[in-house]
Design a binder for this molecule. Structure first.
Ligand code: ADP
Ligand code: MG
Length: 499
């Protein structure tokens, strides 16, 4: 899928963005960190206590991103909203810390603000393509997933967030910029069973993307930033959502074409538009619209009440999401898949409550379920293509040194987490991929990295805190791994820097 090409030069179908993260954690890391996650649908704020024994304690809050901010005039409008959520979170969950330091800040005349040890290190999960130029510095390449704020393109998203945090005088430092895929990979490595770290972190949420551990020797394009060479590896953010924008191999139906045409970024993210949560409901909606227009098909329509098992006639309210772009949320496709009742009563209830389709007949519900299942099955099988490509790229299936070891993959996102059998459908497809087969598929272990982006961002903030003391990723992680340093570790965030 062009994995190699993207490692050699820029401007290819797969961006293959170097992340400068050169090691994955192993579960012994400790400390209290903050993390925020701008996903595409939601904004999450959390604090994470890493306990150093593969466990953690997480406190979080989540808000839907207001639609108007996704297409705001200026980046500042969006980032001011994000900073405000961080303030609310601190007030609610870290009141003591918040009060103490905000009051201190306001009563101190010193302009330099907080004492450094009282500043929360924050990992910023930003799930859009970014050219990363440092551990807490990265310029936005393009928006995806329905966002469109031209003013932000090319700007450092960490600086945009830090500026708004500073305006609110919050004791928070944006310490690390994290792609959600990298966060998922880190989180899975922290918490996964056994001693082998994960090789791939993958997202199937609003959008889709993956980050994996690549051999440095294979990264042929120039690396500008500082990084540690000792591990011989680097995490690469594939940005596989834009795989095959040319449509050489991707399936392309009339509904795919219509969806793309009406999107804010036609011709871009073509793989993502066939795979991820934002788009599956819209594909289904476009199919439904076609069926409703077709006079030869009776779908959500009855000649009279005798052809409807409710002995009524189906009505679609004019305000139904079926008639509005993005009006059909993919989550109802999970409801359809999970409903195995003989009369599909749960699905029919959701059709009424979520989509305002009243008295849907059983055959309508069955058709809805069948079409929906086909769309998601295609998505899962396409997901398997990306996963298989990365597994093959790592060479672990044939490398005698890793013989018998599981090939661990962390996944996150509502689609893979909540759609019934999504992972099973991925495995079904993996088994028939050349070079993987039954045996290979057995070794591939796909696990949900629950709260992956939060924990992952905390882990990278920890690495960043260590780097402030001018240590490399590997040094910090290596040090963290040695039990004799356990006490020292606890204080890593407090001891850092004196700026
Ligand atoms: P983000 O991408 O913002 O991190 P999520 O991982 O929660 O957020 O993904 C949100 C996407 O998942 C939305 O496009 C939504 O339609 C879809 N989604 C939410 N719940 C479900 C569900 N139960 N089944 C399938 N898709 C879902
Ligand atoms: Mg996410």
């Amino acid at each position: 899928m062009g994995i190699g090409e993207g490692l050699e030069k820029d401007g290819t179908s797969l961006s293959q963005i170097p992340t400068y993260v050169t090691a994955v954690p192993n579960g012994t890391e400790k400390g209290l960190y903050m993390a925020v996650d701008l996903g595409g649908t939601n904004f999450r704020v959390c604090s994470i206590q890493l306990n150093g024994d593969t466990t953690f304690n997480l406190t979080f809050s989540k808000v839907a991103i207001p639609k108007e901010l996704m297409v705001a005039k200026t980046a500042q409008e969006l980032f001011a909203f994000l900073a405000k959520q961080i303030e609310l979170f601190l007030q609610t969950h870290h009141e003591e810390h918040f009060e103490k330091h905000v009051r201190r800040r306001l009563t101190q005349s010193a302009s330099d603000g907080f004492k450094d040890e009282h500043v929360f290190r924050l990992g910023f999960t930003f799930s859009f393509p970014v050219q990363q130029i440092g551990i807490n510095k990265g310029n936005l390449i393009r928006w995806t997933k329905g966002f469109d704020i031209p003013d932000a393109i090319g700007k450092d998203v960490c600086a945009l967030l830090q500026d708004e945090i500073d305006k609110l005088h919050l004791p928070v430092k944006v310490a690390a910029l994290v792609n959600d895929t990298v966060g998922t990979l880190m989180a899975r490595s922290y918490s996964s069973p056994g001693k082998t770290g994960a090789v791939l972190g993958a997202i199937f949420g609003t959008g889709t993307n993956g980050a994996y551990v690549e051999k440095l020797a294979n990264v042929k394009k120039p690396l500008s930033g500082e990084y540690d060479k000792s591990t011989g590896e680097m995490v690469i953010n594939t940005e596989w959502g834009s795989f095959d924008n040319q449509l050489n191999v991707l399936p392309n139906t009339t509904w795919d074409i219509a969806l793309d045409k009406q999107s804010v970024n036609p011709g871009i993210q073509m793989y993502e538009k066939r795979v991820s949560g934002m788009f599956l409901g819209e594909i289904l909606r476009l199919v439904i619209i076609d069926l409703l227009k077709n006079k030869d098909v009776s779908f959500f329509r009855d000649d009279n009440s005798s052809s409807n098992d409710w002995k009524s006639t189906t009505n679609i309210a004019p305000a139904s999401g079926i008639y509005a772009q993005w009006g059909l949320d993919t989550s109802i496709m999970s409801v359809a898949a999970a409903d195995n009742t003989p009369e599909l009563s749960t699905l029919r209830q959701s059709l009424e409550s979520d989509l305002h389709v009243y008295s849907p007949a059983i055959d309508d519900a069955q058709a809805f379920k069948a079409i929906s299942a086909a769309i998601v099955r295609r998505s899962a099988r396409l997901s398997a293509v990306a996963i298989a490509a990365i597994v093959l790229q790592t060479g672990k299936l044939t490398d005698p040194e890793s013989a018998g070891e599981p090939i661990d993959i962390g996944v996150d996102g509502s689609l893979v987490e909540h759609y019934p059998y999504f992972r099973d459908m991925i495995y079904e497809a993996l088994r028939i991929v050349d070079g993987i087969g039954e045996e290979g598929a057995k070794r591939i272990r796909i696990g949900i990295a629950k709260d992956g982006s939060g924990v992952g961002a905390a882990l990278i903030a920890l690495v960043a805190a260590g780097m402030e003391k001018s240590k490399s990723t590997a040094d910090v992680l290596g040090e963290l791994r040695s039990a004799s340093h356990a006490e020292h570790l606890k204080t890593v965030p407090e001891k850092t820097g004196d700026n």
